[in-house]
Write a protein that binds this ligand. Structure first.
Ligand code: ZN
Length: 294
């Protein structure tokens, strides 16, 4: 293990604004070609393993889901050399059997957001990455193993439907999402997963279920119920992080996440290199161009 290498980053959502037990902390104020991330990136160690933490909504929860600069968040983590991310979110359940306080490790996403920047590549550089499996399956399996060892109720599969928000769903919207077969609902994962894939980072999510959205009579979601459930489960999230970090630091990746751009770059090399936009994404695509074209 390289002492200075950041083995993994955690992105924290509603209620998870820091990691208890993080030692040797430094904070990095990072600028990216896409602007500033949600907050400073906190770097520290857990059991001697170096990791990073980023609060998705910023300190004091100041960014609504549509305002989060997801491109800057993922780019900032990538610029630190990070190649695996586990994100935490608070999500609502759309299925009876997925109960509040359970954890879900989603394997699919359905994106219903509108007009959020969802790609690093534009203005003369066109890239189509595969999203058929939106999460890193290797990391999903390690999370499943970790949570199973801890004996915490969880679901290994589920489809996360990402809504724009910031309002919660109407009853009809919630019912339609149920009829479509979606498992859980939230407002933040789509762009994170897409951008992590474009940045060739292994990415997976742990959703803490806070409520039954609004479809279930007498159990309607409120802001208070969401935060209360997350805070009650902070201890479990921290236990998961501690168990996970060791496994992830020992992982020898065999997945294809690190080569996501290989067959995805559409624009001809001469056009890419001559694009004024190239400098914004050179960190992400240099390895495909530098040796051949510089
Ligand atoms: Zn992977």
């Amino acid at each position: 293990m390289n002492k200075n290498f950041i083995e993994i980053a955690f992105i924290g959502g509603s209620g998870l604004y820091e990691i208890d037990g993080l030692e040797n902390i430094t904070e990095k104020d990072i600028d990216t070609p896409f602007g500033k991330p949600s907050d400073k990136v906190i770097i520290g160690t857990i059991n001697g393993i170096v990791c990073a933490f980023l609060s998705r909504h910023g300190k004091g929860h100041i960014l609504n889901p549509s305002e989060i600069n997801q491109r800057a968040n993922i780019y900032a983590l990538r610029s630190l050399g990070i190649n695996q991310i586990v994100s935490f979110t608070a999500s609502g359940s759309l299925k009876e059997e997925i109960k509040p306080k359970d954890f879900v490790i989603p394997d699919q996403i359905f994106d219903k957001t509108k007009n959020r920047p969802s790609t690093f590549f534009e203005k003369g550089i066109v890239v189509h990455v595969s999203m058929s499996q939106p999460f890193c399956e290797e990391i999903r399996d390690i999370i499943h193993q970790s949570i199973s060892e801890l004996g915490i109720n969880h679901h290994h599969y589920g489809t996360y439907v990402c809504i724009e928000g910031p309002q919660f769903s109407t009853k009809v919207e919630s019912e339609v999402n149920r009829q479509a077969g979606f498992s859980i609902v939230g407002m933040t994962l789509s762009q994170e997963a897409k951008l992590a894939r474009e940045a060739e980072i292994c990415y997976a999510n742990i959703s803490l279920i806070t409520d039954y959205d609004v479809w279930k009579e007498a159990e309607e979601v409120t802001n208070n119920s969401v935060v209360k459930t997350v805070i009650m489960n902070i201890k479990n999230s921290e236990k998961i992080i501690k168990n996970l970090i060791k496994k992830l630091s020992l992982r020898e990746a065999k997945c294809t996440c690190k080569d996501s751009l290989k067959a995805a770059l559409m624009t001809s090399p001469d056009k890419v290199i001559s694009s004024p936009y190239y400098k914004n994404v050179s960190l992400l695509i240099d390895k495909y161009y530098k040796n051949n074209y510089s």
